[in-house]
Design a protein around this ligand. Sequence first.
Ligand code: GDP
Ligand code: IMO
Ligand code: MG
Length: 430
Amino acid sequence: MPNIAIIGSQWGDEGKGKIVDWLSEKADVIVRFQGGHNAGHTLVVNNITYKLKLLPSGIIRKNKISIIGNGVVIDPWALLEEIKQLEKLGIKITNKNLFIAENATLILPPHKELDAIREDSKNTDKIGTTRRGIGPAYEDKVGRRAIRLMDLANKKNLSKKINMMLFHHDSIRKGLKKNKINKKKLIKDLVKISSKILKYSKPVWKKLEEFKKKKKKILFEGAQGILLDIDHGTYPFVTSSNTVVGSALSGTGCGPKTINYILGIVKAYTTRVGEGPFPTELKNELGNRIGKRGNEFGTVTNRKRRCGWFDAVLVKQSCIISGINGIALTKIDVLDHFKDIYVCVGYKLNGKKINYFPSSLNDQFKVKPIYKRFKGWLKNTKGIKKWNDLPTNAKKYINFIKSYCNVKISSVSTSPKREDTILLQNPFKG
Ligand code: GDP
Ligand code: IMO
Ligand code: MG
């Protein structure tokens, strides 16, 4: 039985949560490997809506192991709050069903503050971040001054490590004319919660090795999307982690052969939250209609998502960059009532046709989409569970995406509900 990695293949919010939850029925272990609580994954099960940020989407099923890998940046207070909220909904979370990598790095209040300062500054380009401290936390990780989960276990060492981190932060803050960080308070606050979070701490790479030996089925749950990848995305309008499949390995401590199937989650149109280029964006009534029908409001920040037509060039590029084996196409029902539906199949740049998205930000803003028009199906697809029940024009649209991207369609999702999903090719069967 293969292990699967689930990767957002646009600008995030493709419906990863729904698909991870749906597939996790057949999995034993569900693992988050990058990002933090900038992610917002929505699941609708038995008419209850769960909004997960840091916890893997398998957490709501019984008898599954959920893992947060070392590649994730963890705000310990946000994590404890999320656990509390889920417990209120009757979900049991213990150190038997949740493991957190002992070497995962933490998001602390100075990170969050710095994120907000930069976003509000008139001197820097606004990225439109989630203001959760993600960027500054990853900077500290790469700068070798981050606090790791395991550091909470040793108060003496913690104090030394916080000194290193604050040496950096206080120098930045001095330049910004901000107060020094109150070190005593920071340590006191961390010590106060340390036992609540340390109980989940484990050498995750070792646990995963044990699960692999026992032939347990592992689902790797990506956050964000390939176009928000720090290397391959629309830099600098990206998040601060690699969102491509390689992160599932480095962010957990597994070798490449661990993953047998890479499932790209793709929305039937395009959305983006925050700033940055978006060639097929519809800044008009059509865009508003898509947003309304798709309920396109951010799970984390409640911001209105920008909406536009499906960009096949971008999705094809994502499929290549992350080695996608199959596409889970979501939200086809949102397009039910459009007379004409458009798909971007190329761009015009400086009068020339190109068939890829260039890396230069200037060019990314400049490209003009070349569209192919599809006749809408003007019929309800919401809740359809069988391919044959889809209207012919919807099938044509989906088949075009398959042939343009040269990737099989593994499933089609027709509503937010777990069960409203058409299975075409089971990723667990490869
Ligand atoms: P994620 O970040 O990729 O997990 O996606 P989000 O949860 O942020 O956003 C996807 C939204 O679309 C959520 O509100 C889901 O409940 C909803 N959703 C998922 N699949 C479908 C679908 O097939 N149809 C419709 N109408 N909504 C869906
Ligand atoms: P899920 O997992 C959509 C976007 C932010 C911003 C940029 C950088 O739900 O798909 P950050 O706070 O990460 O430094 O913000 O990335 N962003 C997302 N957009 N879905 C997400 O996650 C996102 N996580 C971050 O809006 O443009
Ligand atoms: Mg989301």
